[in-house]
Each structure stands twice: as structure tokens, then as C-alpha cells.
Design a protein around this ligand. Structure first.
Ligand code: 4AD
Ligand code: MG
Length: 450
């Protein structure tokens, strides 16, 4: 049976073998301390000169940080160790001796340097903890949605038109470089002579999920989405993962209840599954543990009032900026629904409030501890004529959306849905300073390597 560090508690007093990496080596003459990781956790192995063969001690002396090793020894509980357990080494083999010039050292590095070394930075305990929590959040969301009767429908990444406005669309050419337009083998519909893109990267799978509901009723997708964000903020990536969910016969109030239920389920799962990760991050789980139903709700108009009380100079009809969200969510200690934004700055697909048609049946869910928007969603316009009118008002080329209009021609239903930004959720749960640590390889306006 192979041993994993995370299961150490069950192996106290036994001989174990670790296949992993040295992430820190210290020595004091006759004792060498090797801090090891195996992917599941972290532990210290002690190599004592008078308890191992001279060959094993020499191997321990030879090994260095980031070498790959197999360590065998006796596992014991060690309350004084930050890892709680320790291995008294009997045998040690080097699988791969790391070079001496590992770029990341114990000294403080700037974030830009670390991002350039992201492929190596990922190994550090803090990044390990974030990656594990990210995985837990994604897996909890999948499980929750399946329990609730949702089917995953994978929406396309290459899309012909915008879901969330044209200003952040990423165009994709068909070929790595524009070929010779006189080349007869290139089909004319590619419009190469006009340098027209073949497609755009998806900003959200929502429109495709709306097609899915007439087949499957309740659907979701979970995948990468792209936005050519022009500004550099702590909350925006150009590539991020979104979970969109959409359900037929779900109306506005039911949608908010469902979002709340999902967020509560995810938080409960993560708190139960990731205590070691929270400890590694030094993230106090108490503010998460006290989150409970019902989440507070404010209309957009009430939100403006609250913001002004809190010192913001936001004007009527303005969208909430990053600073407004931060201000608001340093005040609220529970996630907050902001409801019914004005149609002026919301997408064409939102259904309007019957009493106040200038308002949309939209809502954002804002996370506490200053984090702000993690979910955007709402009820969709399901009437053909109204939707067509809205598209024209929004200046869209309705020909591009004929297929979407079909969904109102054939089998329209009242329906609602939402999109959750995975990295926003991870940043909040892990209490990260910046969203770039919430994704393995962040892409922003200034960075798309490694
Ligand atoms: O609020 P958004 O733009 O909503 C939509 O795209 C809808 N079509 C979703 C739907 O109803 N199915 O984006 C949804 C979420 C935001 O709340 C935010 O969490 C995240 O996606 N998000 C970003 N995350 C990181 N970087 C960016 N540039 C983001 N833009 C949006
Ligand atoms: Mg939004």
C-alpha cells in the first residue's frame, strides 16, 4: 500500500515510504532535516548520522532543495513540528538531483518575478493550498448541481458573436498567420482578404445554455472564458473559469434562492474538506463559517443610498465600480444580493421588471471581506418581439443571433440563470490579495507566460 502524507495520522508507529520532493534542507552536523512534500501534504524527515548507514547519510548530504527523492523511515507524531508528524529516516534515494540554481529562494521575491516563475512557484505550500481549495470549490459546485438535477452541457469556446458586449471580445484568426489570399485552397467564406476573424473567444456560455434548457431542462457549463479587459485590477483576468447555470421555468426570486443555496453548500464543503489548506494560508475560516441564510438583499437604488451613507460619491444610473464594491462589502459580513440594475448598463438579454421597465431582473452576488462580485445573473427575456426590440436597441446585428432568436420562436419558457467566476470565488475563500494567485497560470493584459 502506498503512503500519502495526508494520511499520516493512520500510520503512526509504522514504517512508511514517501515518494516526493525536498523543499527545504537544513543540517546541524550529525542531523539533517529534510522537509518533504508528496502532493498530498508536507512533513519533515530527520536523518541522524548514527541511525543510518554512512551511504544513506552521504546521500542526505548530497541532496538539495527541489530534488526528487524516495524516503523510507519510521513515522511518529511530533507535536512540536508544524507538520505534526515526523519521519525518522532509515533509507533515502535520490531520483533526480536538482540543479543548484533553483530560481526561487527563501528571500522575498517581487510578485512579477514569481509570476514569471509560475511553473516553479506552484510547488510552494501557499500555492498548493490555493490549488487544492480551487479544486474543492469546482468539485463541490459540480456535485451540488448534479444533486439539484442539472446536466452539464459544454458550451463552445469559439463563438460567432458577443454575449457580454463587443468591447472585450477576443478575435481569433483561422490560421496562425494570414495566408496568401490568392491561394485557391482557402475557402472564400473565411474572408481572409478582409482580415475578418474566424470566431471570437467565448465571454460566457450563457446563450448556449439557453439552447440547452429546451432539451435538458436544467443545464450548466464550467470552463474557460475570455475577456480582453483593458484595465489592470485585482479582480480581472483575461482568461478565467466560469460556471454558468440556466434553468427553464425558474424565475427571478427562485434564482436568487438557488444561488444562495449553492454558495452555502460550497462553503460548507470547503470548510469541512480543507482545514490544512486554510492553516497553510493562515486564512481564518471564522468569517466563512458564520455565513448563513438568508443573504441580505438590496435593490440597486437601495445600494446607491447605502453607498452614499458609506461615503461614496456614486451618481444615479452609474454602475458599481471596484471601489464601491469594496466599500460595500467591508460593511456587510454576509454575501449581498444587489438586485434590479438599470437597463442602461446591462446586457440585452435581461427581462425587465414589469412595474419598472427601466430596470432589469438582474442581480449580482457580492462577497464579504471586501471582495465584491462573484456571481452575475438574472431572468432572461423570453418573448420574441421584446427580445428582438432589445437587440436592435443594443445595436446588435440580429442576423448573428438568429439561432438565439429561434429559442423564442420554438419552445420559449420563463427562465433564469447565472454565472459564477471561479477565480473570484477562490480569491474570496482563500482571502487572496489579488486574483492572479487564484488560477494556475494567470493571464492578464500584461502577462500570458509561462
Ligand atoms: O457578470 P458576468 O459578466 O455575467 C455573465 O457573463 C453572464 N452571461 C453569466 C450568466 O448569467 N450565465 O460574469 C459572471 C462572473 C462575474 O460575476 C465574475 O465573477 C466573473 O464572471 N468575471 C470575471 N472573473 C475574472 N476576470 C474577469 N475579467 C471577469 N469578468 C467576469
Ligand atoms: Mg457582472
Amino acid at each position: 500500500m502506498s503512503f500519502l502524507i495526508k494520511d499520516a495520522r493512520n500510520f503512526v508507529g509504522q514504517e512508511v515510504e514517501i515518494h516526493g520532493w525536498v523543499f527545504n534542507k537544513r543540517s546541524s552536523g550529525s542531523v539533517i532535516f529534510l522537509q518533504l512534500r508528496d502532493g498530498s501534504g508536507f512533513i519533515q524527515a530527520v536523518v541522524s548520522k548514527n541511525e543510518v548507514s554512512p551511504e544513506v547519510f552521504a546521500t542526505a548530504q548530497e541532496t538539495r532543495d527541489e530534488s526528487t527523492v524516495v524516503v523510507a523511515g519510521h513515522l511518529k507524531e511530533e507535536p512540536r513540528s508544524p507538520f505534526s508528524f515526523e519521519i525518522q529516516t532509515r533509507n533515502l534515494k535520490i531520483v533526480s538531483l536538482a540543479q543548484t540554481d533553483f530560481p526561487i529562494s527563501a528571500k522575498e521575491h517581487g510578485v512579477d518575478f514569481l509570476l514569471g516563475q509560475r511553473h516553479l512557484w506552484l510547488r510552494f505550500p501557499r500555492q498548493w493550498a490555493i490549488l487544492r481549495i480551487r479544486d474543492q470549490i469546482a468539485s463541490s459546485i459540480n456535485q451540488f448541481l448534479h444533486r439539484e438535477g442539472y446536466t452539464r452541457l459544454d458550451s463552445p469556446i469559439l463563438t460567432p458573436s458577443a454575449c457580454e458586449g463587443t468591447t472585450t471580445l477576443f478575435p481569433v484568426p483561422y490560421l496562425p498567420a494570414w495566408p496568401d489570399v490568392t491561394d485557391q485552397s482557402v475557402p472564400s467564406w473565411l474572408n481572409l482578404d478582409q482580415a475578418k476573424p474566424y470566431a471570437y473567444l467565448s465571454q460566457s456560455g450563457q446563450l448556449y445554455l439557453e439552447a440547452g434548457i429546451a432539451s435538458l431542462g436544467k443545464v450548466y457549463d464550467f470552463g474557460p472564458t475570455f475577456r480582453a479587459e483593458k484595465s489592470k485590477t485585482k479582480r480581472h483576468l483575461t482568461e478565467f473559469w466560469m460556471m454558468d447555470a440556466e434553468a427553464a421555468f425558474l424565475e427571478y426570486e427562485g434564482l436568487l434562492d438557488f444561488e444562495e443555496k449553492m454558495v452555502l453548500a460550497v462553503i460548507q464543503d470547503v470548510l469541512a474538506a480543507c482545514p490544512a489548506e486554510f492553516k497553510t494560508l493562515e486564512r481564518d475560516p471564522a468569517p466563512l463559517a458564520q455565513i448563513k441564510s438568508p443573504f441580505p438583499k438590496l435593490t440597486y437604488e437601495e445600494t446607491l443610498k447605502k453607498l452614499r451613507e458609506l461615503g461614496s460619491d456614486i451618481k444615479d444610473g452609474e454602475d458599481l465600480g471596484n471601489d464601491d464594491e469594496t466599500r460595500l462589502m467591508n460593511y456587510f459580513h454576509q454575501p449581498l444580493f444587489v438586485m434590479k440594475f438599470p437597463a442602461t448598463f446591462k446586457a440585452f438579454y435581461f427581462k425587465r421588471d414589469e412595474q419598472r421597465p427601466e430596470l432589469t431582473l438582474s442581480s449580482d452576488l457580492l462577497a464579504p471581506e471586501g471582495y465584491g462580485e462573484i456571481i452575475g445573473g438574472g431572468q432572461r427575456e423570453d418573448d420574441y418581439d421584446t427580445l428582438l426590440k432589445r437587440m436592435k436597441e443594443a445595436g446588435l446585428n440580429t442576423q448573428d443571433y438568429e439561432w438565439y432568436l429561434d429559442l423564442r420562436r420554438y419552445g420559449a419558457s420563463p427562465h433564469s440563470g447565472f454565472g459564477l467566476g471561479l477565480e473570484r470565488m477562490v480569491a474570496w475563500i482563500c482571502k487572496l490579495e489579488h486574483i492572479r494567485e487564484a488560477i494556475p497560470f494567470p493571464r492578464t493584459i500584461y502577462r500570458f507566460t509561462p
